[in-house]
Design a protein around this ligand. Structure first.
Ligand code: PLP
Length: 221
């Protein structure tokens, strides 16, 4: 399958999911997760109409970015864990940082942003301690701190459930994130990946993060 074939297939899956849930295609932002793929693959995807890219590693994206300067409509979201010491570079390179998970990181981003920076809070909904993200009980305090940062614009929540091949296993996390966002009045929800984005759309996702289903299997490091 070519990149074009895979994008068509992903679009058909999104269409089917929005249709069967009484939602509209425009409500869903497809984030093409390009980690571990070269700038050339992103350029090809842009040529095929994709506009929003998700990257996990600040340095990897900094290396690719010079090859992407002639893609004026492209938007870049940081979807990987961000260390405070990389906040300055991240604030420069990304339009949206989806993985704010501490007051310290929020303040660093705020200090280093040159203009308004859209952010989401990453919420950790499972006890698995290897995962980054704010605990749900810390969310009110973190939200307050982020909203006190004049350059940060908090728009939503993001989550990455424990990996499971079965969407029935990840769906409860999507539902829980949607409930949290509703309770806190946040409009955007970043959840769902290649194998489970239909369940995420059904539970209210506004942003789905799709890597493998678009670009194919990631090259091994
Ligand atoms: C890699 C990654 C994705 C994409 O995963 P696929 O299964 O390849 O679609 C989505 N979200 C995050 C946070 C990721 O790190």
């Amino acid at each position: 399958m070519t990149l074009r074939d895979r994008i068509i297939q992903v679009e058909a899956r999104i269409e089917a999911a929005v249709r069967s849930n009484g939602r509209r295609r425009e409500e869903i932002t497809l984030i093409a997760v390009s980690k571990k793929f070269p700038a050339s693959a992103m350029r090809e995807a842009y040529g095929l109409g994709l506009r929003t890219f998700g990257e996990n590693y600040v340095q990897e994206f900094a290396d690719k970015q010079p090859e992407l300067v002639d893609m004026p409509e492209a938007a870049y979201h940081l979807i990987g864990h961000l260390q405070s010491n990389k906040a300055r570079v991240a604030a420069e390179l990304f339009g949206v940082v989806q993985t704010v998970d501490s007051v310290k990181l929020a303040r660093r981003l705020n200090e280093n942003a040159t203009g308004p920076l859209e952010v989401m809070i990453e919420v950790k909904l499972s006890p698995e301690d290897s995962k980054s993200g704010s605990a749900a009980e810390d969310l009110p305090g973190l939200m307050e701190a982020v909203q006190a940062c004049p350059r940060l614009r908090l728009t939503g929540l993001m989550t990455m459930p424990p990996w499971s091949a079965d969407p029935a296993e990840t769906r409860p996390y999507f539902r829980e994130l949607a409930a949290l966002a509703r309770r806190h009045g946040l409009p955007k929800l970043s959840m769902g990946m290649s194998h489970d984005f239909e369940a995420a759309i059904e539970e209210g996702a506004t942003h789905i993060r799709v890597g493998t289903a678009i670009f194919g299997a990631r090259p091994k490091p």
